[in-house]
Design a binder for this molecule. Sequence first.
Ligand SMILES: Cc1ncc(C[n+]2csc(CCOP(=O)(O)OP(=O)(O)O)c2C)c(N)n1
Ligand SMILES: [Mg+2]
Length: 335
Amino acid sequence: MTPPQMLPTTPGERPAAYRPDLLLALYERMVRIREFEEGVKFLFLEGTMPGTIHQCQGQEATAVGVCAALREDDFITSTFRGHGHALAKGLSVQELLDELFGATTGCCRGKGGSMHVGNMAKGMVPGIAIVGGGIPVAAGMALAFRMQRTARVVACFFGDGAVSEGAFHEGVNMAAIWNLPVIFVCENNLYGASTHVSQVMRDTHIARRVSSSYGIRADRVDGNEVLAVYATAQSAVAQCRAGNGPVFLELLTYRLTGHSRRDPCHYQPKDEREAWAAKDPIRRFEVTLKSQGLSDDASLEAVKTRIRREFEAAAAVARRQPLPTTQDLTTDVFA
Ligand SMILES: Cc1ncc(C[n+]2csc(CCOP(=O)(O)OP(=O)(O)O)c2C)c(N)n1
Ligand SMILES: [Mg+2]
């Protein structure tokens, strides 16, 4: 990924011009996530892929916009909904698909599965499926980075459901009093499983709650606008690297799929779903790319076709990868 360019002055503001290769890279990454999720959905429904899956169709701009502002040696923590975070941080389609098939060639040697994807060598702690569980971990990693005198930062992804957990208070408060280099990234998709945010918090403006409770910078941004996410993440990362962290980002987005594959999603009202489908981050960015003369329908379609083929080739390989043996039960454990 191209290194960050100019910093915006106001959170969420798009700088006037980004280099075309950066814009096209952002687009390609979002499409890779969407095609991955659609392809995995098919493999799951077909019955070939074991376990369950939590998918992120509709939320591609949050993962891509934040991770594009990070360096390779920065870290992210993630959740049970981690496929998009992983691809955005630079994990390969192959190592993820192998993991989803439970193969030893997967990013966690087949022992993590869909809810725990990650790769420490690529700056991603394997996903933590306990809601809010990654938040104290991110604060601890950031403390370690500080004590090691590095300029590395941690971006900690979690959902709106996590902000009422005790772990959230502990982690954010500790990061705040010690100015730790953490970007707390709340993907507010309006629902924790089937429960709407308004049923679990009186003030649904999460960023406002955080800035008044913890005394840190907290921005609320359109999470379906990849350049707004990227610009805000860049300035948050710069602030954290300069020793003035943490920063909280509330990214407003929407899951255009069920909570998990067994969820028919009946609790999302039709008009709400349609309104958010019209704000699909990929389609919106296509409009931007076309209006800037960087792409046309044919070239965008070519990107999708290439990425779809890349997925299909990786899936064909993943189906044939070796599965762990009983000997593998006692490897990769502490004791
Ligand atoms: C501590 C804890 N409580 C409950 C659960 C069960 N659970 C799994 S996902 C989920 C909803 C999480 O919602 P949110 O944090 O908004 O993330 P999203 O699914 O919207 O990405 C719940 C309640 C859990 N995994 N951990
Ligand atoms: Mg949610």
